[in-house]
Ligand binder design. Structure first.
Ligand SMILES: [Zn+2]
Ligand SMILES: [Zn+2]
Length: 302
């Protein structure tokens, strides 16, 4: 196998959905493995982290990894208490996520394992654990350079841009594309025309910054949780309608988009319908974007 690849271990949003009708897409929550030149990076620790941990414990080549969290909502951390390498003495695990200091990151990660929520605390972890200090210049992990930026989701949530040589992968599992312009449109009646113009300018500027972060990425893994109808009911919740995600990816000149963080209520047929509609948008816009559904177990070489 090519030494550089990514593998989707969990692709669901909000909560696990282990139903027969959903299993073609996958039932586990957010977890993506990226391997480059023998270095392992894990994006998020949802339930998909559990089978990844079992796989890692069963092999003997790797003993080190970095886990980066977009944020600490349950669907992104709940695999961690069952992550076998953390309990093994010969592993070195580094963690990073939103927080002002390494101690903040430690606290956010450790709290879910405190009594009465879990029987063993992170103090029982045998691995050599390190919480990374936030650095404006980003993080380096083997050949991977990792930059992060706040995205639109409740609380502080990061999107990550991972650069490996000339290749770039953007991981933004939870993000409401065009959150500001959407809220302005929704509350239009509350503003004077002057205020509306001013806010539209701010929203435009923000969209430019968001597009810049994603611009030209070879791979974009992005929140595409809702259909238009569901999005209308859930505006401001911090997730995207897939139509906005596809248009955003086209505007940013992304090469391949993976629709991600699928709503747990959508079965395989509903996810397939979202994919068909996405391909139609790309065709209608005469765009070259490659668009796929992120499915559990899928491996992408790069
Ligand atoms: Zn989520
Ligand atoms: Zn969330």
């Amino acid at each position: 196998m090519n030494p550089n690849y990514l593998r989707f271990w969990g692709v669901r949003g909000s909560h696990a959905a282990p139903h027969a009708s959903h299993i073609g897409t996958g039932g586990n929550t957010s977890c993506v493995e990226i391997q480059a030149a023998g270095h392992l990076l894990v994006c998020d620790g949802g339930t998909g982290l559990i089978p990844l941990g079992e796989r890692l414990a069963a092999q003997s080549e790797l003993r080190e990894l970095l886990v980066i969290f977009t944020h600490y909502h349950w669907d992104h951390i709940c695999g961690l208490p069952f992550f076998v390498p953390a309990f093994l003495p010969d592993w070195k695990i580094r963690f990073f996520g939103p927080g002002q200091t390494a101690a903040d990151i430690n606290r956010h990660i450790s709290n879910q394992m405190k009594a009465p929520y879990f029987p063993v605390e992170t103090e029982t972890w045998m691995a050599d654990i390190e919480y990374l200090t936030p650095a404006a210049a980003g993080l380096q992990h083997g050949p991977m350079h990792i930059r992060y930026q706040s995205v639109h989701h409740p609380g502080v949530t990061y999107g990550y841009r991972i650069t490996i040589g000339t290749h770039s992968i953007v991981y933004a599992s939870d993000n409401e594309v065009d959150y500001l312009s959407s809220s302005i449109a929704r509350r239009a009646s509350e503003f004077t025309p002057d205020e509306t113009v001013e806010m539209r300018d701010i929203a435009d500027e923000e969209r430019r910054a968001d597009l810049d972060f994603v611009r030209g990425a070879d791979i974009l893994i992005h929140d595409a949780q809702y259909t238009r109808a569901d999005y209308e009911r859930k505006r401001g919740w911090g997730h995207s309608c897939y139509i906005d995600t596809v248009n955003f990816a086209i505007d940013a000149g992304v090469k391949t988009l993976y629709l991600f963080h699928h709503d747990p209520s959508y079965d395989d047929e509903q996810v397939a319908a979202i994919h068909r509609e996405s391909l139609k948008i790309i065709h209608d816009r005469n765009a070259t974007l490659n668009c796929k559904v992120a499915r559990e177990g899928m491996v992408v070489e790069f």
